[in-house]
Ligand binder design. Structure first.
Ligand code: MRU
Length: 338
Protein backbone atom coordinates (compact mmCIF):
# COMPACT_ATOMS: atom_id res chain seq x y z
CA UNK A 1 0.00 0.00 0.00
CA UNK A 2 1.55 3.37 -0.94
CA UNK A 3 1.27 6.39 1.33
CA UNK A 4 -1.58 7.81 -0.81
CA UNK A 5 -3.74 4.72 -0.28
CA UNK A 6 -2.93 4.55 3.40
CA UNK A 7 -5.63 6.42 5.33
CA UNK A 8 -7.94 6.57 2.25
CA UNK A 9 -10.48 3.75 2.07
CA UNK A 10 -13.82 5.49 1.45
CA UNK A 11 -15.64 6.17 -1.84
CA UNK A 12 -19.06 7.88 -1.79
CA UNK A 13 -19.90 8.37 -5.51
CA UNK A 14 -20.02 5.12 -7.49
CA UNK A 15 -20.88 4.89 -11.19
CA UNK A 16 -22.63 1.60 -12.07
CA UNK A 17 -23.29 2.00 -15.82
CA UNK A 18 -27.07 2.40 -15.59
CA UNK A 19 -27.27 4.12 -12.20
CA UNK A 20 -25.34 6.36 -9.85
CA UNK A 21 -24.89 4.80 -6.42
CA UNK A 22 -24.39 7.30 -3.59
CA UNK A 23 -23.38 6.54 -0.03
CA UNK A 24 -26.25 8.08 1.96
CA UNK A 25 -24.49 10.72 4.08
CA UNK A 26 -27.70 11.53 5.97
CA UNK A 27 -27.44 8.19 7.75
CA UNK A 28 -23.74 8.09 8.64
CA UNK A 29 -21.96 7.20 10.84
CA UNK A 30 -24.04 4.30 12.14
CA UNK A 31 -25.81 3.15 8.96
CA UNK A 32 -23.89 2.56 5.70
CA UNK A 33 -26.65 2.64 3.13
CA UNK A 34 -26.66 3.53 -0.57
CA UNK A 35 -29.17 5.43 -2.71
CA UNK A 36 -29.42 4.44 -6.39
CA UNK A 37 -30.16 7.36 -8.72
CA UNK A 38 -31.73 6.16 -11.98
CA UNK A 39 -32.10 9.54 -13.71
CA UNK A 40 -31.07 13.20 -13.50
CA UNK A 41 -34.07 14.10 -11.32
CA UNK A 42 -32.98 11.50 -8.75
CA UNK A 43 -29.47 12.98 -8.73
CA UNK A 44 -30.80 16.55 -8.33
CA UNK A 45 -32.97 15.35 -5.42
CA UNK A 46 -30.00 13.57 -3.80
CA UNK A 47 -27.92 16.77 -4.02
CA UNK A 48 -30.75 18.91 -2.57
CA UNK A 49 -31.37 16.45 0.28
CA UNK A 50 -27.63 16.11 1.14
CA UNK A 51 -27.48 12.38 0.34
CA UNK A 52 -24.33 13.55 -1.41
CA UNK A 53 -22.67 16.79 -0.30
CA UNK A 54 -19.35 18.60 -0.44
CA UNK A 55 -18.53 20.83 -3.40
CA UNK A 56 -16.48 18.45 -5.58
CA UNK A 57 -18.77 15.47 -4.88
CA UNK A 58 -21.90 17.32 -5.99
CA UNK A 59 -20.15 18.44 -9.19
CA UNK A 60 -19.09 14.86 -9.97
CA UNK A 61 -22.57 13.52 -9.16
CA UNK A 62 -24.19 16.12 -11.42
CA UNK A 63 -21.89 15.08 -14.29
CA UNK A 64 -23.09 11.49 -13.88
CA UNK A 65 -26.66 12.82 -13.73
CA UNK A 66 -26.13 14.26 -17.22
CA UNK A 67 -24.90 10.86 -18.44
CA UNK A 68 -28.04 9.18 -17.04
CA UNK A 69 -30.16 11.77 -18.87
CA UNK A 70 -28.21 11.34 -22.13
CA UNK A 71 -28.90 7.60 -22.04
CA UNK A 72 -32.55 8.58 -22.65
CA UNK A 73 -31.79 11.00 -25.47
CA UNK A 74 -30.45 14.45 -26.34
CA UNK A 75 -33.58 16.31 -25.19
CA UNK A 76 -33.33 14.73 -21.74
CA UNK A 77 -29.66 15.69 -21.54
CA UNK A 78 -30.41 19.33 -22.43
CA UNK A 79 -33.18 19.44 -19.82
CA UNK A 80 -30.96 17.88 -17.15
CA UNK A 81 -28.46 20.74 -17.20
CA UNK A 82 -30.70 23.47 -15.67
CA UNK A 83 -32.41 20.96 -13.38
CA UNK A 84 -29.11 19.89 -11.82
CA UNK A 85 -27.71 23.43 -11.77
CA UNK A 86 -30.62 24.56 -9.58
CA UNK A 87 -30.03 21.85 -6.96
CA UNK A 88 -27.78 23.99 -4.71
CA UNK A 89 -26.52 27.56 -5.26
CA UNK A 90 -23.19 28.10 -3.48
CA UNK A 91 -20.69 25.41 -4.53
CA UNK A 92 -19.46 26.45 -7.97
CA UNK A 93 -18.11 22.96 -8.69
CA UNK A 94 -21.69 22.05 -9.57
CA UNK A 95 -21.91 24.74 -12.28
CA UNK A 96 -18.35 24.04 -13.41
CA UNK A 97 -19.05 20.33 -13.98
CA UNK A 98 -22.34 21.05 -15.75
CA UNK A 99 -20.71 23.66 -18.00
CA UNK A 100 -18.10 21.09 -18.92
CA UNK A 101 -20.75 18.45 -19.70
CA UNK A 102 -22.82 21.06 -21.58
CA UNK A 103 -19.85 21.89 -23.81
CA UNK A 104 -19.42 18.20 -24.68
CA UNK A 105 -23.13 17.93 -25.51
CA UNK A 106 -22.89 21.03 -27.73
CA UNK A 107 -19.91 19.46 -29.53
CA UNK A 108 -22.12 16.46 -30.33
CA UNK A 109 -20.59 13.93 -27.91
CA UNK A 110 -22.44 10.60 -27.75
CA UNK A 111 -23.32 8.80 -24.51
CA UNK A 112 -19.92 7.10 -24.37
CA UNK A 113 -18.22 10.45 -24.87
CA UNK A 114 -20.21 11.97 -22.01
CA UNK A 115 -19.44 8.97 -19.84
CA UNK A 116 -15.72 9.46 -20.51
CA UNK A 117 -16.03 13.15 -19.62
CA UNK A 118 -17.78 12.42 -16.29
CA UNK A 119 -15.18 9.77 -15.47
CA UNK A 120 -12.45 12.27 -16.26
CA UNK A 121 -14.01 14.88 -13.96
CA UNK A 122 -14.04 12.28 -11.18
CA UNK A 123 -10.47 11.04 -11.86
CA UNK A 124 -9.04 14.55 -12.12
CA UNK A 125 -10.56 15.42 -8.74
CA UNK A 126 -8.86 12.47 -7.03
CA UNK A 127 -5.52 13.34 -8.65
CA UNK A 128 -5.90 17.02 -7.65
CA UNK A 129 -6.62 16.04 -4.06
CA UNK A 130 -3.52 13.87 -3.79
CA UNK A 131 -1.37 16.63 -5.26
CA UNK A 132 -2.89 19.26 -2.93
CA UNK A 133 -2.24 16.92 -0.02
CA UNK A 134 1.47 17.07 -0.79
CA UNK A 135 1.50 20.85 -1.40
CA UNK A 136 -0.46 21.61 1.76
CA UNK A 137 1.53 19.25 3.97
CA UNK A 138 4.74 20.95 2.78
CA UNK A 139 3.56 24.17 4.47
CA UNK A 140 3.32 22.51 7.88
CA UNK A 141 6.05 22.47 10.50
CA UNK A 142 6.91 19.52 12.73
CA UNK A 143 4.65 18.64 15.68
CA UNK A 144 1.73 20.53 14.21
CA UNK A 145 -1.76 20.65 15.72
CA UNK A 146 -4.61 21.29 13.26
CA UNK A 147 -8.31 21.97 13.38
CA UNK A 148 -10.73 21.39 10.53
CA UNK A 149 -14.37 22.28 9.94
CA UNK A 150 -17.24 20.49 8.19
CA UNK A 151 -16.27 17.46 6.07
CA UNK A 152 -13.82 17.86 3.23
CA UNK A 153 -12.71 14.26 2.91
CA UNK A 154 -13.39 11.28 0.66
CA UNK A 155 -17.10 11.73 1.33
CA UNK A 156 -17.02 15.27 -0.09
CA UNK A 157 -14.86 14.52 -3.15
CA UNK A 158 -13.83 11.74 -5.54
CA UNK A 159 -11.61 10.50 -2.72
CA UNK A 160 -8.79 11.50 -0.33
CA UNK A 161 -10.27 14.96 0.21
CA UNK A 162 -9.11 18.57 0.08
CA UNK A 163 -8.44 19.92 3.59
CA UNK A 164 -8.74 16.38 4.91
CA UNK A 165 -6.32 15.31 2.16
CA UNK A 166 -3.72 17.72 3.58
CA UNK A 167 -4.44 16.28 7.02
CA UNK A 168 -4.07 12.72 5.66
CA UNK A 169 -0.76 13.65 4.02
CA UNK A 170 0.46 15.57 7.07
CA UNK A 171 -0.30 12.59 9.33
CA UNK A 172 1.39 10.12 6.94
CA UNK A 173 4.53 12.28 7.06
CA UNK A 174 4.42 12.48 10.85
CA UNK A 175 4.13 16.28 10.77
CA UNK A 176 0.61 16.46 12.22
CA UNK A 177 0.41 15.19 15.78
CA UNK A 178 -3.00 16.54 16.85
CA UNK A 179 -6.24 16.74 14.82
CA UNK A 180 -9.37 18.49 16.08
CA UNK A 181 -12.68 18.49 14.21
CA UNK A 182 -15.45 20.98 14.93
CA UNK A 183 -18.86 19.33 15.08
CA UNK A 184 -20.36 21.70 12.45
CA UNK A 185 -23.85 22.51 13.61
CA UNK A 186 -26.56 22.05 12.53
CA UNK A 187 -25.96 19.17 10.12
CA UNK A 188 -22.97 17.78 12.06
CA UNK A 189 -20.70 17.10 9.08
CA UNK A 190 -17.71 17.29 11.44
CA UNK A 191 -19.11 15.05 14.16
CA UNK A 192 -20.91 12.52 11.96
CA UNK A 193 -18.74 12.43 8.82
CA UNK A 194 -15.21 13.74 9.47
CA UNK A 195 -14.83 11.78 12.71
CA UNK A 196 -16.12 8.64 10.94
CA UNK A 197 -13.65 9.06 8.07
CA UNK A 198 -10.71 9.74 10.37
CA UNK A 199 -11.47 6.87 12.74
CA UNK A 200 -11.99 4.51 9.81
CA UNK A 201 -8.71 5.46 8.21
CA UNK A 202 -6.75 5.20 11.46
CA UNK A 203 -6.14 8.92 12.09
CA UNK A 204 -6.62 9.79 15.78
CA UNK A 205 -8.79 12.90 16.14
CA UNK A 206 -10.63 14.82 18.83
CA UNK A 207 -14.12 16.25 18.39
CA UNK A 208 -14.84 19.72 19.77
CA UNK A 209 -18.05 21.74 19.80
CA UNK A 210 -17.98 24.64 17.35
CA UNK A 211 -18.05 27.05 20.26
CA UNK A 212 -14.86 25.57 21.78
CA UNK A 213 -12.65 26.87 18.94
CA UNK A 214 -11.45 30.12 20.58
CA UNK A 215 -10.68 28.39 23.87
CA UNK A 216 -8.80 25.65 22.01
CA UNK A 217 -6.72 28.13 20.00
CA UNK A 218 -5.86 30.10 23.13
CA UNK A 219 -4.44 26.89 24.64
CA UNK A 220 -1.67 26.79 22.02
CA UNK A 221 -2.67 23.31 20.78
CA UNK A 222 -3.16 24.49 17.19
CA UNK A 223 -0.75 25.83 14.58
CA UNK A 224 -3.10 25.64 11.58
CA UNK A 225 -6.81 25.69 10.80
CA UNK A 226 -7.29 23.78 7.52
CA UNK A 227 -10.62 24.02 5.67
CA UNK A 228 -12.11 23.44 2.22
CA UNK A 229 -14.15 25.79 0.05
CA UNK A 230 -17.37 25.89 -1.92
CA UNK A 231 -16.39 28.86 -4.05
CA UNK A 232 -13.30 31.04 -4.22
CA UNK A 233 -13.85 34.48 -5.75
CA UNK A 234 -11.40 36.33 -8.01
CA UNK A 235 -10.07 38.38 -5.08
CA UNK A 236 -9.40 35.29 -2.93
CA UNK A 237 -12.49 35.56 -0.71
CA UNK A 238 -13.72 32.07 0.22
CA UNK A 239 -17.25 30.77 0.73
CA UNK A 240 -17.30 27.67 2.92
CA UNK A 241 -19.44 26.00 5.57
CA UNK A 242 -21.07 28.35 8.07
CA UNK A 243 -18.68 28.94 10.95
CA UNK A 244 -15.55 29.11 8.78
CA UNK A 245 -15.44 32.91 8.95
CA UNK A 246 -15.47 32.99 12.74
CA UNK A 247 -12.70 30.36 12.83
CA UNK A 248 -10.56 32.59 10.57
CA UNK A 249 -11.10 35.62 12.84
CA UNK A 250 -10.26 33.64 15.96
CA UNK A 251 -7.22 32.07 14.27
CA UNK A 252 -5.81 35.49 13.30
CA UNK A 253 -6.37 36.76 16.85
CA UNK A 254 -4.36 33.86 18.31
CA UNK A 255 -1.58 33.71 15.68
CA UNK A 256 -2.87 30.40 14.29
CA UNK A 257 -2.43 30.08 10.52
CA UNK A 258 -5.39 29.56 8.21
CA UNK A 259 -5.22 27.35 5.10
CA UNK A 260 -7.92 26.82 2.44
CA UNK A 261 -7.57 23.75 0.24
CA UNK A 262 -9.63 23.48 -2.95
CA UNK A 263 -9.25 22.34 -6.55
CA UNK A 264 -9.37 24.72 -9.53
CA UNK A 265 -13.01 23.66 -10.07
CA UNK A 266 -13.86 25.63 -6.90
CA UNK A 267 -12.27 28.84 -8.19
CA UNK A 268 -14.74 31.19 -9.86
CA UNK A 269 -12.86 34.03 -11.53
CA UNK A 270 -16.17 35.40 -12.86
CA UNK A 271 -17.25 36.22 -9.29
CA UNK A 272 -15.38 39.38 -8.31
CA UNK A 273 -15.58 39.05 -4.53
CA UNK A 274 -17.27 37.13 -1.75
CA UNK A 275 -20.08 39.70 -1.67
CA UNK A 276 -21.25 38.34 -5.05
CA UNK A 277 -21.57 34.72 -3.87
CA UNK A 278 -25.07 33.43 -3.23
CA UNK A 279 -25.26 31.92 0.24
CA UNK A 280 -27.62 28.96 0.48
CA UNK A 281 -30.38 29.33 3.06
CA UNK A 282 -31.79 26.01 4.26
CA UNK A 283 -34.92 25.00 6.10
CA UNK A 284 -35.02 26.50 9.65
CA UNK A 285 -36.23 23.06 10.77
CA UNK A 286 -32.57 21.91 10.57
CA UNK A 287 -31.94 24.21 13.55
CA UNK A 288 -35.20 23.79 15.39
CA UNK A 289 -35.03 20.00 15.58
CA UNK A 290 -32.43 17.35 16.21
CA UNK A 291 -32.72 13.85 14.70
CA UNK A 292 -36.37 14.53 13.92
CA UNK A 293 -37.04 15.60 17.50
CA UNK A 294 -38.08 19.22 18.09
CA UNK A 295 -35.63 20.93 20.49
CA UNK A 296 -37.00 24.49 20.43
CA UNK A 297 -40.40 25.84 21.48
CA UNK A 298 -43.01 25.84 18.74
CA UNK A 299 -43.28 29.59 18.20
CA UNK A 300 -39.51 30.13 17.77
CA UNK A 301 -37.98 31.38 14.53
CA UNK A 302 -34.58 30.29 13.17
CA UNK A 303 -32.15 31.72 10.60
CA UNK A 304 -30.17 29.06 8.78
CA UNK A 305 -27.52 30.27 6.29
CA UNK A 306 -25.32 27.23 5.61
CA UNK A 307 -22.24 28.99 4.22
CA UNK A 308 -20.33 32.17 5.02
CA UNK A 309 -17.56 34.16 3.37
CA UNK A 310 -14.05 34.47 4.78
CA UNK A 311 -12.25 37.52 3.41
CA UNK A 312 -8.94 36.87 1.65
CA UNK A 313 -7.15 39.07 4.20
CA UNK A 314 -7.71 36.42 6.91
CA UNK A 315 -6.27 33.58 4.79
CA UNK A 316 -2.58 32.64 4.95
CA UNK A 317 -2.59 30.18 2.05
CA UNK A 318 -4.96 28.87 -0.62
CA UNK A 319 -3.74 25.47 -1.80
CA UNK A 320 -4.88 24.32 -5.25
CA UNK A 321 -3.54 21.61 -7.56
CA UNK A 322 -2.02 24.41 -9.68
CA UNK A 323 0.04 25.69 -6.77
CA UNK A 324 -0.11 27.55 -3.47
CA UNK A 325 -1.25 31.17 -3.20
CA UNK A 326 0.14 32.72 -0.04
CA UNK A 327 -1.62 35.83 1.31
CA UNK A 328 -4.18 35.68 -1.52
CA UNK A 329 -5.44 38.80 -3.29
CA UNK A 330 -6.83 39.60 -6.73
CA UNK A 331 -3.38 39.91 -8.32
CA UNK A 332 -2.10 36.60 -6.97
CA UNK A 333 -5.34 34.83 -7.91
CA UNK A 334 -5.08 36.25 -11.40
CA UNK A 335 -1.48 35.04 -11.74
CA UNK A 336 -2.55 31.41 -11.19
CA UNK A 337 -6.08 31.44 -12.64
CA UNK A 338 -6.02 34.01 -15.45
O1 MRU B 1 -23.35 21.68 2.99
P1 MRU B 1 -22.17 20.83 2.62
O2 MRU B 1 -21.94 19.69 3.55
O3 MRU B 1 -22.21 20.42 1.16
O4 MRU B 1 -20.92 21.81 2.78
C1 MRU B 1 -19.64 21.32 2.49
C2 MRU B 1 -18.55 22.28 2.78
O5 MRU B 1 -18.77 23.41 3.15
C3 MRU B 1 -17.15 21.83 2.48
O6 MRU B 1 -16.24 22.45 3.35
C4 MRU B 1 -16.80 22.21 1.03
O7 MRU B 1 -17.79 21.80 0.16
C5 MRU B 1 -15.50 21.64 0.61
S1 MRU B 1 -15.59 19.87 0.42
C6 MRU B 1 -14.11 19.34 -0.19
Amino acid sequence: MNSNQQHDSIRAVLWRGDRLRLLDQRKLPFVEDYVDCMNAADVAQAIRDLVVRGAPAIGISAAWGVVLAAQRGREEADAALPLLRAARPTAVNLMWALDRMGRRIAEGADVQGLEREAQQIQDEDLAANRHMGELGAALLGENTGVMTHCNTGSLATAGYGTALGVIRAGCSKGKIVRVFAGETRPWLQGARLTMWELMRDGIPATLVSDSAAAHLMKSGALQWVIVGADRIAANGDVANKIGTYQLAIVARHHGVKFMVVAPGSTVDMSTASGADIEIEMRDPEELLSHSGQRTVVDSALAWNPVFDVTPASLIDAIVTERGVIEKPDAKRMQALFA
